[in-house]
Ligand binder design. Structure first.
Ligand code: CA
Ligand code: CA
Length: 96
């Protein structure tokens, strides 16, 4: 049940991304990297992605298994874009 709810909300997030694609996802991806790129290397690493996930769903405020699932799903959505599987997300990867 919990997983179904998480999947439904993830589908909403993904469809929001699809809308964004039509209006210029490349710009959005650049903003996402700029906002999350703490060490300034132009890429998002695991810690930076985790920080973005926790900004979206703060673990201090959103507790319990459902929100754990949402954080895991959002993190997985980011890492699904790691096309070269180097453990870092570039602007071109996020823009695809
Ligand atoms: Ca970085
Ligand atoms: Ca990559």
């Amino acid at each position: 049940m919990r997983n179904c709810m998480a999947a439904g909300l993830l589908a909403l997030l993904v469809s929001a991304c699809a809308l964004d694609a039509r209006t210029g996802l490349a710009v959005g991806a650049g903003v996402a990297v700029a906002a999350g790129d703490r060490d300034g290397d132009g890429l998002l690493d695991a810690a930076e992605v985790q920080a973005l996930v926790e900004r979206a769903f703060p673990p201090a405020a959103l507790t319990g298994g459902f929100w754990d699932g949402m954080r895991a799903a959002l993190g997985a959505a980011y890492w699904a874009r790691d096309l070269d599987r180097d453990g870092r997300l570039s602007v071109p990867e996020l823009a695809r």
